[in-house]
Design a protein around this ligand. Sequence first.
Ligand code: PLP
Length: 339
Amino acid sequence: MNNIDWANLSFSYMKADYNVRCYYRDGKWGELEVHSSEYINIHMAATGLHYGQEAFEGLKAFKGQDGKTRLFRVDENAKRMYNSAIGTMMAAVPEKLFIDAVVKAVEMNKRFVPPYESGASLYVRPLLFGAGPKIGVSPSEEYLFMVFVMPVGPYFKEGFKPTDMMITRKYDRAAPLGTGNIKVGGNYAASLRAGDEAHAKGYSSVLFLDSKEKKYIDECGPANFFGIKNNTYVTPESKSILPSITNMSLIQLAKDMGLEVERRPVPLEELSTFEEAGACGTAAVISPIAKIDDIDEGRSYIFSADGKPGETSVKLYNKLRGIQYGDEPDTHGWVTVID
Ligand SMILES: *Cc1c(COP(=O)(O)O)cnc(C)c1O
């Protein structure tokens, strides 16, 4: 029935059987619809295409050893997309509708949830955009909310391995009072050139500084930043950071493990004091950082000289993955068991 090579999946698009859609028209949300086509038919003057009325989410479903499928903190994704909608004047998707759509999309595509042993998972992509025509700049009166899924491989194929990142003052991702704190496509478009330059120079990502003063650490493109020192988990506080659900979860797990947690502005110079550093997000959970090169100032900050991740990062990573796959008890009620 399936001929998917679970062991060799990457993070790339793959067609599943169904996607779930819901339209907002005449001031209200309609019924959930199930579609098998990968294409959508929308008006050429849709505000999502012209004026960036668009937001998305990303979360994963995991198959456990018990054969059950678990969604991780789907209610938090629902709340975040709600805030993204408010921030871009879109019709907000009610939390229950969001969760129902995600659960339905996973259930309808059950055969694409990778087996436990593969270390792979089902990536879920909810999407919301202005679908009605407007040519003057104003919010659309129609919206399409949809959810599609695809199996994706484990982020670290050769194991949990630190990578290098770079800092430059040449680009900003988001402005302090702009849209950095909501998950909208425009922030990603704004970060593509910087990311491309980083990749061309051999770095996995850009670590953005705050756009106003270039004095503090903001975040790493699509992932939040954290550092570990003196038994303390430190993560930046900033108006232009996207509130990562992975970071929120690691903060709780760090507290559970007896670490102190500090969420505050992190000055660039403080990088030299961290024993460990990492980027966190749904894709990798934790992406440990070996070294950060400030390419404008010609300065390097080194966190792993032996190519191995730090002890605390490994502990946090294993704990979070354990909860996601159902190997560790879900003491904070983060998991939605589908069946
Ligand atoms: C989605 C995203 C993250 C990670 O958030 P998670 O909920 O942990 O996946 C971090 N930064 C940005 C800019 C993002 O868009």
